[in-house]
Ligand binder design. Structure first.
Ligand code: NAD
Length: 287
């Protein structure tokens, strides 16, 4: 049987470490780290995600500042709010919950965030720092993927890693992080030919396609490590909704280790958002 990498347990450890860091900052006389969350509109999934992030901030002692704006809010209003938060010394992290309503240009909004407060790591400056290995804020899901991998891999040098998906928020940044560790990374996508053959050569597969159970047992070589980033909501015959990942996990007994969905990458993403906020606060304190 493949080992199941327990994302919930690892996320709990990361959150405990973050809470300890916050206590240390406050007991040394510093301000608690502050995370501003901007939610425009009332997309139900976004409401749930923002609610979870705020709840975890509270638990860790991070001050969260919510800005819930109606769906019809103009782009200039959102940009002006970001300017205000950029200038506020009590705000160390700024998160704009995506997707934004269609009349707002998400790239313009994300570009307006001070890169030092860009805890999602989506600002072009942080993308550049990541690709040059120069220490910016790293996107939360890829950071979580690396921590999960670190729990089962000591040395990445020369490992063949196949990343499925080339998005800016998962596939590309996780590829950069793996290249930094000297892995040999193949980034694949919807147009990739012979994907099962490519995947079968991998020591590590990171599946971030959003294609339910795409990665079948015969795609995975014995002893490989498989990280399943995918989250797709599917409705069963009986009308119940459940979350399905990108991997047919029940066919992966021959893998070395796999992440479950749910309970794998998902919990790590929020934990890494909080640790990025504390990192941004620490950097601001010494800047
Ligand atoms: P995206 O739609 O932006 O990108 C998907 C990528 O996968 C694209 O590059 C596409 O070419 C590729 N792809 C799609 N279908 C494919 C197929 N059949 N074969 C090969 N490649 C294929 O998606 P994203 O934002 O990167 O998210 C990917 C998945 O990860 C989604 O299910 C998303 O919900 C999930 N996700 C999870 C977390 C988390 O916290 N667990 C965070 C972010 C994204």
């Amino acid at each position: 049987m493949a080992d199941i990498i327990d994302g919930k347990a690892l996320a709990a450890k990361v959150l405990a470490g973050t809470a300890e860091d916050v206590r240390a900052i406050v007991s040394a006389g510093g301000q608690p780290p502050g995370l501003a969350v901007i939610l425009v509109g009332n997309d139900p999934a976004s409401e749930v995600y923002v609610g979870r992030k705020i709840a975890q901030c509270r638990k860790a002692g991070i001050r969260s500042i919510e800005h819930r704006l109606p769906a019809e809010t103009g782009q200039e209003v959102v940009l002006a709010l970001i300017d205000e938060l950029n200038a506020d010394p009590l705000v160390h992290g700024i998160l704009v919950q995506l997707p934004l309503p269609r009349h707002i240009d998400a790239a313009r909004v994300l570009d307006r965030i001070d890169p030092e407060k860009d805890v999602d790591g989506f600002h072009p400056v942080n993308v550049g720092r990541l690709s040059t290995g120069t220490g910016g804020l790293v996107p939360c899901t890829p950071l979580g993927v690396m921590l999960l991998l670190d729990s089962v891999i000591d040395d990445y040098r020369g490992l063949n890693v196949v990343v499925i998906g080339k998005s800016n928020i998962v596939g590309k940044p996780v590829s950069m992080l793996l290249l930094e560790r000297e892995a040999t990374v193949t980034v694949t996508h919807i147009e990739t030919r012979d994907l099962p053959d490519i995947a079968r050569k991998a020591d590590v597969i990171v599946a971030a396609a959003g294609a339910p159970q795409l990665v079948r047992g015969y795609w995975v070589k014995p002893g490989a490590v498989v990280i399943d980033v995918g989250i797709t909501r599917v409705v069963d015959h009986d009308g119940n909704t459940r979350i399905v990942g990108d991997c047919a996990t029940h066919e992966l007994d021959h893998a070395k280790a796999v992440t479950p969905v749910p309970g794998g990458v998902g919990p790590m993403t929020i934990a890494c958002l909080l640790s990025n906020t504390v990192l941004a606060a620490k950097r601001a304190a010494v800047a």
